[in-house]
Design a protein around this ligand. Structure first.
Ligand code: ZN
Length: 465
């Protein structure tokens, strides 16, 4: 049983799919600047979702696009004095790195807008043929008045939309809420040829055209951040219903909540954007995933470095508890709880709560039952895309360090404390002119990644690779 909140019906719905072949589309990034924590959330929470669909034995066809041409890319690249392609490629690589380090499954299709210009043009023609768009001085626009269900997805009122429309609206639109399907190129801007004139696609049309080309006229799940509901998804829906009025474009619309920095919504205009890859480098993919797992995907999630540290500590407790076990779905009770939580609109915080309850109660269990529990917890985390690699390497090095220092009668508590004691012992050997012992100490220490520099008092460095 899988229940999910559908943004279109604004209710929790029991998921009913006509086939085991499931089509999922996730709106990917506009590659104009480095990924921030919000991009991380969207990619990870929908990675949990896709992995869970696979766990339920669905064959998932997953597409996530890259918007590699857009007004912001043009502006940013000209500010940096580079071509729009160069900027898009550079930023795409940063996203690729983040997705990979977060251990997100690679999509089956990762289309770029600039690779689908022909399909986009054909799609716009279809909308024009249905008389639901018009050509003006500055581009081709969707005629929102011709689509009666406009704003049904976002639930917005037309007045709000009009008053929220930017002042820089083109004067040649029939109505301020009409949006561009094709923008004619201004002097110096990149362009592609079309029947209407040289230009580039509007933002929304690429998703309609790429979904249609790659996945077909109807898909099961359309995912993205809830900041995309309006205008992006509203407009995608309008275009797709205009081109294919008898098709149900999307069965379930799923949207993740935003990240808040100290209670503020994270947005570029607020200037409080952090770089995702820095956090991944510091904490590792598992801890980042665990941080995202701690909130239900639709809720807003607070973000601070303290919360990441807290996630690290909590995650390490789980890693410590399940170390030396192999994954296996042995504890049926816990597997049922896993499915119950995930089936309840991917209630991952509830799942973590249940797992900790089991860990806390496990001291009373006999050894074999405890091992079943450990194997099952590992299985659940593996199913959700956790690797435990970093946590376990760190545990291994702590163990290794403790064994090493034990040879010199030092009880290892931290690297600093152990090294302070170690240096005193070695200095004593040097004072006694026992240089051979001092050298053995220096060389063996280097083998475990710690370097001592003689001549500089107390100087040592530590490299945990
Ligand atoms: Zn999109």
């Amino acid at each position: 049983m899988l229940n999910l909140y559908n943004s279109f019906t604004k209710s929790l719905e029991k998921v009913e799919l006509s086939s085991d072949d499931v089509k999922v589309y996730l709106c990917g990034p506009t590659v104009q600047s480095s990924p921030h924590i919000g991009h991380g959330r969207s990619s990870v929470v929908f990675d949990f979702f896709i992995r869970y669909l696979k766990y339920l034995n669905y064959n998932v066809s997953f597409a996530r696009n890259i918007t590699d041409i857009d007004d912001k890319i043009i502006i940013k690249s000209s500010e940096q004095n580079i071509g729009f392609k160069e900027l898009a490629n550079k930023i795409s690589k940063e996203f690729e790195q983040a997705y990979s380090n977060l251990n997100c499954l690679s999509p089956d299709f990762e289309p770029k807008a600039t690779e689908y210009i022909d399909e986009i043009i054909v799609y716009i023609k279809q909308i024009l043929d249905k008389d639901m768009a018009y050509v003006s001085e500055s581009g081709v626009y969707f005629n929102t008045a011709a689509f009666t269900d406009y704003l049904k997805l976002s639930g917005r009122k037309l007045e709000e939309v009009i008053s929220g429309t930017r002042v820089d609206i083109q004067d040649d639109k029939k109505a301020p809420e009409d949006f561009a399907l094709w923008k004619f190129a201004k002097e110096g801007e990149p362009y592609w040829e079309s029947t209407w004139g040289k230009g580039r696609p509007g933002w929304h049309i690429e998703c309609s055209a790429m979904i249609n080309t790659i996945l077909g006229e109807e898909i099961d799940f359309h995912c993205g951040g809830n900041d995309l509901i309006f205008p992006h998804h509203e407009n995608e829906l309008a275009q797709s219903k205009a081109a294919y009025p008898n098709k149900n474009f999307v069965k379930y619309w799923l949207h993740n909540g935003m990240i808040n920095l100290s209670g503020k919504k994270m947005s570029k205009s607020e200037g409080n954007v952090k770089i995702l890859n820095d956090y991944i480098d510091e904490y590792g993919g598992d801890v980042m995933r665990f941080y995202f797992l701690r909130a239900q995907y639709r809720s807003p999630q607070e973000f601070s470095e303290d919360l990441l540290i807290e996630s690290q500590t909590t995650f390490n407790k789980i890693a410590e508890f399940i170390k030396d076990t192999k994954p296996g779905p042995i504890d049926k009770n816990l597997i049922n709880l896993f499915e119950e939580c995930m089936g309840d609109d991917l209630n991952t915080p509830k799942l973590i709560g249940e797992i900790f309850l089991q860990i806390n109660n496990s001291t009373k269990l006999d050894h074999l039952i405890q091992n079943d529990l450990k194997a099952t917890i590992r299985y659940i985390f593996h199913t959700l895309g956790f690797t435990f690699l970093k946590a376990e390497t760190e545990q291994l090095s702590d163990e290794k360090l403790a064994n090493y220092f034990d040879n010199y009668g030092i009880i290892f508590e931290s690297i600093e404390q152990a090294m302070n004691e170690y240096i005193i012992i070695r200095e004593q050997h040097r004072t006694n002119e026992e240089y051979e012992i001092a050298d053995v100490m220096r060389d063996s220490l280097l083998k475990i990644g710690i370097k001592i520099e003689d001549g500089k008092k107390d100087d040592w460095s530590w490299n945990n690779n």
